[in-house]
Design a binder for this molecule. Structure first.
Ligand code: HEM
Length: 221
């Protein structure tokens, strides 16, 4: 079966990974709107658009499927690898030929997963199933901005987000180029460019996601 062979599994990890990488760009762009000093009008209008646009609504299901497949497949790959590698050879896990991030993708992924569960409870479920306590802004859109500002007035949440974003950063540091490698797209001519873009992407996305909680925490001290 194409997706259960070891190569197929790598493809699935890589394709869902690249899809999630593109989601992060959209998500970060939307979240950065919360920094515009207009009382959240732009941010709430963007959220409203994302909540009501049909294409985005469909993409939301694809997104959740992407997360679930990426996570389940990683668990399967880890279990298979563990079974294939007797522990007496654990000596091989040295750092000569691999980076710290590449050897800890599972742990980093677990940190992101725990973050995601807390994150979805706070924002996504609040928006979808919250009891309307958010209220509306001056333009009549649900005031999710208020939730963002209030969440990052709290030190534990702010700290959690920042720690989780470092986990995400290391995960992407290895994951970006690794996806291209798994898809067989690393031709020697393009390898340096892909590695460079991956690192640039990782630094920008990680820094962007950290700036939001950090900014809101500091201005409310
Ligand atoms: C500063 C960091 C972040 C902030 C302020 C933030 C904010 C939000 C908000 C306000 C929502 C609900 C409204 C919306 O749909 O846009 C949301 C949903 C969501 N967030 Fe985040 N987010 C952050 C980081 C992340 C990260 C790093 C991930 C993934 C690893 C993530 C994954 C999701 C998912 C999957 C949803 C639900 C799907 C969706 O509605 O797009 N978020 N986030």
């Amino acid at each position: 079966m194409m997706f259960t062979s070891s190569l197929g599994r790598k493809y699935v990890m890589a394709l869902t990974g690249l899809f999630l990488i593109s989601f992060l760009v959209v998500h970060l762009s939307g979240n950065l709107l919360s920094l515009i000093p207009d009382g959240g009008l732009t941010f709430n209008a963007f959220t409203h658009f994302m909540e009501t646009n049909l294409v985005i609504k469909v993409m939301e299901y694809v997104l959740f499927a992407g997360f679930i497949i990426h996570i389940l497949q990683s668990v399967v790959v880890t279990l298979i690898n563990q079974r294939a590698r007797p522990s007496k050879y654990a000596v091989n896990a040295g750092s000569a030929s691999s980076t710290w991030a590449s050897r800890n993708m599972g742990i980093l992924g677990t940190i992101i997963f725990i973050f995601l569960v807390i994150h979805l409870r706070d924002f996504f479920f609040e928006l979808k199933f919250g009891d309307d306590e958010l209220g509306l802004d001056a333009s009549g859109n649900v005031n999710l901005y208020k939730e963002v500002v209030e969440t990052f007035a709290m030190l534990p949440y702010t700290a959690l987000y920042i720690v989780a974003m470092f986990g995400l950063g290391f995960h992407l540091w290895h994951g970006f180029a690794s996806s291209f490698r798994s898809l067989g797209l690393m031709h020697s001519k393009y390898t340096p460019a892909i590695v460079f873009i991956g690192k640039l992407y990782t630094i920008i996305v990680t820094a962007g996601f950290i700036i939001i909680p950090l900014y809101w925490y500091l201005v409310q001290l």
